[in-house]
Design a protein around this ligand. Structure first.
Ligand code: AMP
Ligand code: ZN
Length: 428
């Protein structure tokens, strides 16, 4: 059940002592980097004068801009000690580059092995990795983790959907790593090929890399006949393997022996109590080549209150509700794209794809929501379609407080992405 019982179930008091010791070690390592040497000196922070975890508030934040502008000045070891680099997918702007030593790669693989073991992956499983290999951390991160655990790993990467299905059939794939929007899309390939995904030995899916709702998870679980586990991470902190769901599926355990978690009010930057949504701020506690301190992820989530029934002591993070920088302001109202998905995916008539276009007409914001409708419904007469359109408009209006223009389109007509889904097009 546990990969590393000692660390996973550690008493909170002991875990916090371990965190403090590792935080001080990490500060010592970070002082070797020109960037942090200067930053920490300016703030008057030394490993010695951090005497409790609360003292972390004295350490300055690190932002994506810092990583972009400082580049190799963040390295805490000579470049010759680095064995790999990755770059963030750059969903918001230019990519940032992350370097790893050999030990960093090994620690990262252990974290993913621990994460997948937690959900029930074991040697003997066949793991098909449909995440992008290359600069993106999702592919190689899980690849090394699955090998470390001892699962037979198929390094197929994303796309080429027919081949994905054939590989599953040929090798008896039992576990997949897949972007949730692609998992939904792949169902149409199964349908075209006349293969029922539920007839395959699939039993586990690791889904992550992009925000998705509980309804999307349920749709994936039902259509494939498996358990889908949410996986969270970001390249700035390693990549995937920062937080992962356990079989309880009630939030993602943040591996607190390797990451220090803060959830802060994005305005005041003060800590928030469990249950309140704020910005996730993370600090590496075990990285050697390029430790990152108090990284402002811009991801919004809450710590789940209470203990987890699985016995792990590491705190759980809620689903990521979106990023503070992808909040939309439409007619002065703040809207998060996940609110739109929540409304749409709760409706059985709606297919798995949608696209939101924002326009400005006569100085007015216009929100156009294009929604794919299930095959059966599209064959209905116009009256039914009109009623559905009204129903979706009303549901969106009640959630968002803005009235969108809803356009129903036929299934499989909106653009698809093999990587993170593109759901919002802002033409303003
Ligand atoms: P990258 O650094 O390119 O790997 O992208 C990391 C970002 O992807 C995170 O900061 C999140 O915004 C997003 N992300 C990763 N995993 C999840 C997840 N499980 N749910 C929601 N968003 C995620
Ligand atoms: Zn748990």
């Amino acid at each position: 059940m546990y990969w590393d019982k000692t660390h996973e179930t550690m008493d909170r008091a002991d875990l916090e002592l371990l965190q403090l010791a590792r935080l001080r070690e990490t500060l010592q390592v970070a002082l070797n980097s020109p960037f942090y040497r200067e930053r920490l000196q300016q703030a008057g922070v030394t490993p010695e004068n951090i005497s409790s975890l609360e003292d972390i508030s004295r350490i300055p934040f690190t932002t994506k801009d810092d990583l972009r502008s400082q580049g190799q000045a963040l390295l805490a070891r000579p470049l010759a000690d680095m064995v790999r680099l990755h770059a963030s997918s750059g969903t918001t702007g230019q990519a940032t580059v992350i370097y790893y030593t050999r030990e960093d790669i090994a620690t990262w693989a252990e974290l993913l092995a621990r994460s997948m073991y937690m959900t029930g992956l074991r040697p003997g499983d066949v793991f098909q990795n449909m995440m992008g290999y290359g600069l993106f951390t999702g592919g190689l991160g899980f690849h090394y983790g699955a090998e470390c655990l001892g699962a037979l790993t198929i390094p197929v990467g994303p796309g080429n959907s027919q081949r994905q299905v054939q590989l599953m059939q040929q090798f008896g794939t039992t576990a997949v790593h897949i972007i949730p929007s692609y998992a939904l899309y792949l169902l149409t390939t199964f349908a075209h090929m006349g293969v029922d995904p539920r007839s395959l030995p699939l039993r586990l899916a690791f889904v992550g890399a992009e925000p998705h709702t509980e309804d999307v998870r349920r749709r994936i679980e039902e259509a494939y006949g498996l358990k889908a586990y949410n996986s969270y991470g970001l390249s700035e902190l390693n990549g995937p393997g920062v937080a992962f769901e356990c079989p309880e599926q009630k939030g993602m355990h943040v591996w607190e022996d390797h990451f220090l978690l803060e959830v802060l009010d994005p305005q005041t930057l003060k800590p928030l109590p469990p249950g309140e949504v704020g910005e996730v701020v993370l600090t590496n506690l075990s990285r050697q080549g390029m430790p990152v301190l108090r990284y402002r992820t811009r991801d919004l989530a809450a710590v789940e209150p209470g203990d987890c029934a699985c016995g792990r002591s590491h705190r759980r993070l809620s689903r990521i509700q979106g990023r503070s920088d992808d909040m939309l302001i439409i007619k002065g109202v703040n809207i998060f794209p996940m609110q739109i998905e929540q409304v749409l995916m709760a409706m059985p008539e709606v297919e798995t794809n949608y696209l939101v276009e924002l326009k400005r007409e006569n100085f007015n914001d216009l929100m156009l929501v294009k929604v794919e409708v299930r095959e059966g419904f599209f064959k209905e007469d116009l009256r039914h379609l009109h009623a559905l359109q009204k129903k979706i408009t009303a549901a969106l209006k009640s959630e968002l407080l803005v009235t969108p223009k809803v356009e129903l389109v036929e299934p499989q007509t909106l653009p698809r992405s093999e990587g993170k889904a593109l759901r919002i097009v802002d033409l303003r």
